[in-house]
Design a protein around this ligand. Structure first.
Ligand code: KE4
Length: 452
């Protein structure tokens, strides 16, 4: 794509026709000040803006580009599929291939329905849980974001949190009266909610590793607790793996932490950069979906061949070089570290190595600059919070010094490093990032942090 207009000119033009000049709020830079740049092209771990600046990209279109941008096999797959038509509204072979891939890679998913976004996937999974249990209430956790579905835009994360008004205008109280919001990593709060709402809670929806208030991890045993408490109360456990799915392991966070949810929502990576969402799980639950059962869900472009061609190519690339999974020792599951010694082609081994290099370097940079930073990481997802305290939930994350984050963000951008333009977003590493990219990022951080 070539464009002679500058980011500045494009943004002022965009503001005339698009609310806030963006098609998704978090892109607007309102959380960090300044104006967004406009991208001209992207390749591998790098993007080039229309003003000619090259940046190392840690946003990766908010997670999907786990193999880097414009991977040749993904581009070729999309081009080949496009020659046969862009959408049919008729069952096509790609749908069967994708469904089989998801069921093979995510063992808890016995059946899956494809849709067009993570929001759709989460909205539909909630409806399905309510239809299956014939109960209305849903537990979510503050700081967790499950798309912009009305009933879940309550103390949501991501853009909703970034702007400081966690709830959204336009959502009638009646639409959220069945949504119970609890702090993450607090088992007692969940027990109390079930005790106070006996036989009324359809399920818990949770990001197993929350990435929409920065990044924080489940405390040891917490995800196992959620599995047990839902089962004990006849409720369903819904893992929202739109972000963690196929990122933290081929089977997502549920493989990494050894948990079997009842339903799982997916998105991002399974579209290879094109719009795809999916939700799946136990066949006895999924078979309640129309046309088999009474829970309605639909989509004009669901299963479209282009997006699935891209997603299938991505999942096949991610599965290459996977050493056969040896039976896991409990201790490895508890630590979140699983799997046999990886083969050199194993994408997940590469992501783990690069993540470890970045984490060590960033912690060293903060220490040498004497700036309090809590750097959280899980595999190839990370977040630097400007606080000396550990961050295990939203309340901890909110203690981060956002003014410092703003300066850090713009300092890194000036050094050619593009981080998420909000303290309340996760960073992502791709297999296209290199050790040299990590070194450049760490040396930039050392310089920027010293100047804060
Ligand atoms: P989409 O509707 O944006 O495809 O997916 C919603 C969603 C659901 N669940 C999780 C765990 C998610 O992270 C998301 C979307 N993630 C944000 C990034 N934090 C999307 C970025 C944006 O809104 O522009």
């Amino acid at each position: 794509m070539t464009s002679r207009a500058t980011s500045k000119a494009l943004f002022s033009e965009a503001l005339k026709y698009i609310p806030g000049g963006v098609n998704s709020p978090v892109r607007s830079f309102r959380a960090v000040g300044g104006q967004p740049f406009f991208v001209n092209r992207a390749k591998g771990a790098h993007v080039w803006d229309v003003d000619g600046n090259e940046l190392i990209d840690y946003v990766l279109t908010w997670g999907p580009a786990i193999l880097g941008h414009a991977h040749p096999k993904i581009i070729a797959a999309v081009k080949a599929a496009a020659n046969h038509g862009t959408s049919f509204g008729i069952p096509n072979p790609f749908e069967v291939t994708m469904a089989k891939l998801i069921c093979a890679l995510v063992p808890s998913v016995q059946k899956v329905r494809l849709c067009n976004s993570g929001t759709e996937a989460c909205m539909s999974a909630i409806r399905l849980a309510r239809g299956f249990t014939k109960r209305d209430k849903i537990i979510k956790f503050d700081g967790c974001y499950h798309g912009h579905v009305d009933s879940l835009l309550v103390k949501a994360g991501s853009g909703a949190l970034t702007f400081g008004h966690p709830d959204s205008a336009g959502v009638p109280a009646a639409f959220t009266q069945h949504t119970i919001v609890l702090p993450f990593n607090d088992a007692d709060a969940v027990k109390a909610a079930f005790a106070a709402n006996k036989n009324q809670i359809a399920g818990i929806i949770v990001e197993p590793v929350p990435g929409n208030a920065g990044l924080y991890l489940p405390q040891p045993g917490y995800l196992e607790f959620l599995s047990e408490v839902t089962r004990a109360n006849g409720a369903l456990l819904i893992f929202d793996e739109v972000m963690t799915g196929f990122r933290l392991a081929p089977g997502g966070a549920q493989e990494r932490f050894g948990i079997t949810p009842d339903l799982t929502t997916l998105g991002k990576i399974i579209g290879g950069g094109l719009p795809v969402g999916a939700f799946g799980g136990r066949a006895d639950i999924m078979d309640l979906l129309a046309p088999l059962g009474p829970v309605y869900q639909a989509g004009t472009l669901s299963g479209n061949p282009l997006a699935l061609a891209a997603g299938i190519a991505a999942l096949e690339l991610l599965s290459e070089g996977r050493a056969p999974q040896a039976p896991e020792k409990k201790s490895e599951i508890k630590s979140g570290r699983r799997g046999p010694p990886p083969s050199e082609k194993d994408a997940y081994a590469r992501l783990e190595t690069l993540g470890g290099q970045l984490e060590a370097g960033m912690k060293e940079a903060a220490k040498s600059a004497d700036v309090p930073v809590t750097f959280n990481r899980c595999g190839s997802m990370f977040c630097a919070y400007f606080t000396s305290q550990p961050v295990w939930n939203l309340a901890d994350a909110m203690k981060s010094d956002r003014e410092r984050f703003k300066k850090y963000f713009h300092g890194m951008l000036a050094e050619g490093i593009y981080l998420a333009p909000s303290q309340f977003e996760a960073g992502f590493i791709s297999t296209a990032h290199t050790a040299a990219d990590m070194e450049k990022t760490v040396s930039a951080a050392t310089k920027v942090l010293r100047g804060l």
